[in-house]
Design a protein around this ligand. Structure first.
Ligand SMILES: *[C@@H]1O[C@H](CO)[C@@H](O)[C@H](O)[C@H]1NC(C)=O
Length: 449
């Protein structure tokens, strides 16, 4: 078996080299010319198509579109074209179009569609395209280990995005100086919608939240009739009138006119407006358990759902079936047992122990799905929680809520970050054997049989 594989690949290798020998001077010409316009990486989609054309020109036999000996790439026609922006005017060319929140956007759906029509390589697949947006303050953290923690929280988001092919934007500029703390994300989300018309969804994830199931994917199908998805419970908002009936630290918002209109109304409760104090009072009268007098975005959202129900609620999905974001206190103690449960499954299912390239990880997530689905999800389940959110721990400032001991917060975060990193490092051949300890060991073959 091993022998025939080697034979095949060396045959292939020489085929590739034959082709390369034939086309190399032509390629060099193209290459040289293109590098002159701008330095381009070898993965540029245009380069692929040029090499494919060259291949058919030079070699009528069916040879993989080989650019370098022994690798081959399929013809890629739906790969986003990063080098094409036609001269026809779009919303970007309209001086009236503003990135800032104080100037409402009109007809965004048409404008975005027009841009997509002019950029067909982005139009394909646009419906499920996600841009993850996160960020932190412009200045160093007060907590001596704050910046280190934020770096690891960010690494975790980059890992998740790389595994699923999502783009990510980290912002650390205060775009509207008066919109500080939890209000700071709205100008960013608004600007991200305009900067990324190719993305259907903007996914805001707070800097103190992390992915603790690197395989789980958002069930976008479930949200096809909704524009804003948050973790929440309708009875807690509508009946109990609790400001913790939802959490605004993680939300998925559709890149469309509805969302822009909604954010205009939502953000109008913020500190940049003259009615900020009035909103603080109003929110506190409606949601009696609200802990502080200032108007905040989370209670603001609960207000719009509960009070302006007719206007907005039918497009807002309150997700409670899984940890769209989960409260760390009820989660961090479960990571060890969850790790054991997943190992138990892997000992039984050989295909889950198979080593593989990181790029094809999603397919192993799909294989695992039926085995972990039986666990249910959410509180008490041994399924990995999707997102763990360190609400109240304030890793950057260090001013954690007095309810928690500093050790509970720091140890919890460290454990969560290691638990998540284990799912990533596995594809690189290593594991942190102890969730309390950053050290690693190489993974033996057929782990964890
Ligand atoms: C983990 O599993 C052990 C053994 O089944 C059990 O005794 C323990 O309570 C579990 N821990 C948690 C936090 O669920």
């Amino acid at each position: 078996m091993a022998k025939s594989v080697r034979n095949k690949s060396s045959l292939w290798f020489s085929d590739g080299c034959l082709f390369l020998g034939g086309a190399f001077s032509a390629l060099l010409l193209v290459w040289g010319f293109w590098s002159f316009i701008a330095p381009i990486p070898i993965t540029d989609p245009n380069f692929d198509s040029v090499s494919t054309k060259l291949k058919t020109l030079k070699n009528p036999r069916t040879v993989p579109s080989t650019v370098i000996c022994s690798t081959s790439a399929a013809e890629t026609t739906t790969v986003p074209n990063l080098r094409h922006d036609p001269p026809e005017a779009t919303f970007y060319d309209d001086p009236e179009t503003s990135y800032t929140l104080d100037k409402p956007m009109k007809n965004w759906d048409e404008k975005r569609q027009e841009w997509l029509n002019r950029h067909p390589s982005f139009s394909a697949g646009a419906k499920s395209r996600i841009l993850l947006v996160t960020g932190s303050q412009p200045t160093p953290c007060k907590n001596p280990i704050g910046d280190h923690l934020l770096l690891r929280f960010f690494k975790n988001k980059v890992d998740y995005c790389r595994l699923h092919g999502y783009d990510i934007f980290y912002n650390n500029a205060l775009l509207q100086p008066k919109m500080h703390t939890y209000w700071a994300k709205y100008p960013v989300v608004r600007a991200a919608m305009m900067a990324h018309p190719e993305a259907e969804w903007i996914w805001w994830v707070d800097s103190d939240a992390l992915f603790t199931d690197m395989e789980f994917k958002l069930p976008l199908n479930r949200y096809k009739n909704h524009n804003l998805i948050v973790h929440g419970w309708p009875t807690l908002i509508h009946e109990a009138k609790s400001w913790t009936g939802l959490n605004a630290g993680v939300f998925l918002i559709r890149n469309c006119q509805w969302s822009l209109d909604f954010m205009d109304v939502w953000a109008s409760m913020g500190p940049q407006t003259p009615s900020y104090e009035k909103w603080g009072e109003k929110l506190r009268t409606t949601f009696k358990d609200k802990a502080f007098p200032e108007s905040d975005d989370q209670t603001g959202l609960a207000y719009l759902i509960a009070v302006e129900k007719e206007k907005w609620a039918d497009r807002i999905y309150l997700e409670s079936e899984y940890y769209f974001e989960g409260y760390w206190k009820e989660i961090v103690e479960t990571y060890e047992n969850i790790t054991d449960k997943y190992h138990e499954v892997e000992r039984k299912v050989r295909s889950l122990r198979r080593r593989h390239a990181e790029k094809v990880s999603e397919s192993y997530g799909a294989v695992r799905e039926p085995y972990v689905m039986v666990a249910g999800s959410g509180r008490g389940s041994w399924r990995r929680p999707f997102i763990t959110h360190f609400t109240g721990c304030q890793p950057c400032s260090g001013n954690h809520n007095a309810m928690y001991s500093p050790d509970a917060c720091w140890n919890g975060m460290n454990k969560a970050l290691i638990f998540a990193d284990n799912q990533v490092l596995r594809k690189f051949g290593y594991v942190h054997p102890d969730l309390q300890d950053n050290s690693v060991s190489p993974i033996p073959f057929d782990y964890p049989a």
